[in-house]
Design a binder for this molecule. Sequence first.
Ligand SMILES: [Zn+2]
Length: 95
Amino acid sequence: MVPGVRMARAGGNTSIMSVITETASFRGDDEVCLVEASLACSVCLSGDVEWSLRSEEWDAGVDCRCESCGHVRTVWLTGEQALRLSLDRRPADPV
Ligand SMILES: [Zn+2]
């Protein structure tokens, strides 16, 4: 061991670092049914999904919550997809 040089740490278990990144698969000019199918729940496949658009400086995504099983996930979008969803926004449910 060289004095003043720290030993490299042993590698950790990187399997716990798996991050599931989901991206939407519709195009900006697709039919509404294809857009909704893209946002359908990835666990139970229900189309009854409540979503809200999130837009950050470099990333756009949509936070989805399944009304059937409660699964929550974020689907990442291209700029074109985010624009489409911002135009398609369903009227807000009365609170
Ligand atoms: Zn579900």
